[in-house]
Design a protein around this ligand. Structure first.
Ligand code: AMP
Length: 401
């Protein structure tokens, strides 16, 4: 049976895609269609490491998807002498919000699609784009099975004491107000991978994983189940991120609205788009650039990094509470995988958890030490590169079979 899976991650103005041989674990095509709906819309893709691009002027999601499929048809025809449809086992879609309805990845049928639409009010920026991706793929490949992989699903094992806000209970029962958590596919992938690196059964481990990219969240995973995480009803809660504030006093909304003379919607926009590393540094949202600026003496860049690392350390310690013991802390995402200095700065504040960084292992991003960046006698910290696409492909092939 075929083992190729097309993975689609449809955002509000972009589509990420990958063609993955799920059995071999090989991603042989990956790409991005971005700036959709604009004259500058662009499709870029990589085949076996070689980069190519094509202008897709003013393409919307459907147009971009058609362009992506056309390129993939060429690639597959060239490689196998067969059509894309003949070589695909199924299509896996990243879906941001599954509400409380989806506790795992699922094959998409009309009921599933209707339910994804029903919970779209919980992620109004993301789910409608995901739905568009699914419907376009269904129209282009009516004969292929499609699978939805939810960012929220992995965290559905959180107990009530972890997911409830202390607000009137009926807001939970009637409006769905609760903490859902996100980045579940990444947290699931890296914690599983950590079990392999530690050579211990996944179901017996107490792990904390920190996904640090442009969006950031941490999760406590006990015996293979997420028991708490830092993001909440929306991805705004918790850690400091590229442009998101993470936790603030809930009264800040009213205070800023009054002081700035703007509406609540605009305050939410400020907290999502103009805060975090960008807001604190007054420079940009990119950790690598901030590290360079800080090294050159830019004080606000350094301050932004300090706040980022302190908040992170504080949350990692807090996530040890539901675990009761700790087998490893995992760093992943663009920052977690690449910034030795963020990791060192964060772990230096976690002596209370018995963590002692090994400088040389950390500088090497754990590549020469099975992911480990700590000393042998220390509580373990690991760098584990994430791969959400591989996880989506693996779920898709499992469900299709
Ligand atoms: P992601 O969203 O996972 O692609 O991560 C993006 C973040 O990773 C940005 O803040 C980048 O600056 C950061 N990043 C990527 N490479 C490095 C690096 N070598 N050093 C520090 N930060 C990095």
């Amino acid at each position: 049976m075929q083992s190729n899976v097309l993975v689609i991650n449809c955002g509000s103005s972009s589509i990420k895609f990958a063609l993955i041989d799920a059995d071999a674990g090989v991603e042989w095509v990956s790409g991005l269609a971005e700036r959709l709906g604009q004259p500058e819309a662009l499709l870029t893709w990589k085949i076996d490491g070689a980069k190519e691009s094509e202008a897709i002027v003013n393409a919307d999601h459907r147009g971009a998807m058609q362009a992506i499929i056309a390129r993939l048809q060429d690639v597959v025809l060239h490689r196998y002498g067969e059509t894309l449809t003949a070589r695909l086992a199924g299509i896996g879609h990243r879906v941001v919000h599954g509400g409380e309805s989806f506790t795992a990845s699922t094959l998409i049928n009309q009921d599933v699609l209707a339910e994804i639409k029903r919970v779209s009010h919980l992620a109004p920026l993301h789910n409608p784009a995901n739905v568009l991706g699914i419907e376009t793929a269904q129209a282009l490949f009516p004969q292929l099975p499609q699978v939805a992989v939810f960012d929220t699903a992995f965290h559905q094992t959180m107990p009530r004491q972890a997911f409830l806000y202390a607000v009137p209970y009926t807001y939970y029962t009637e409006l769905g107000v609760r903490r859902y958590g996100f980045h579940g596919t990444s947290h699931r992938y890296v914690t599983r991978r950590a079990a392999e690196l530690l050579e211990r059964p996944y179901e017996e481990l107490a792990l904390i994983s920190a996904h640090l990219g442009n969006g950031c969240s941490a999760a406590a995973v006990l015996n293979g189940k997420s028991v708490d995480t830092t993001m909440g009803l929306t991805p705004l809660e918790g850690l400091v991120m590229g442009t998101r504030s993470g936790d603030v006093d809930p009264s800040l909304h009213e205070f800023l609205a009054g002081q700035l003379g703007v509406g609540l919607g605009e305050v939410t926009q400020i907290l999502n788009k103009k805060s975090g590393l960008l807001g604190l540094s007054d420079l940009n949202n990119d950790m690598r650039s901030l590290e360079t600026a800080a090294a050159q003496g830019h004080e606000q860049a350094q301050l932004a990094i300090d706040v980022f690392c302190y908040r992170l350390a504080k949350y990692l310690a807090a996530l040890a509470v539901p675990l009761g013991r700790l087998d490893a802390i995992i760093f992943t995402g663009g920052i977690g995988e690449n910034s030795a200095s963020v990791r060192a700065r964060t772990l230096a504040q976690l002596a209370i958890l018995g963590v002692r960084t090994d400088e040389s292992r950390n500088q090497n991003h754990g590549r020469l030490s099975n992911g480990r960046i700590t000393q042998d006698s220390s509580t373990v910290a690991l760098v584990v590169p994430t791969n959400e696409e591989a996880m989506i492909a693996a779920d898709t092939i499992t469900l299709v079979r």
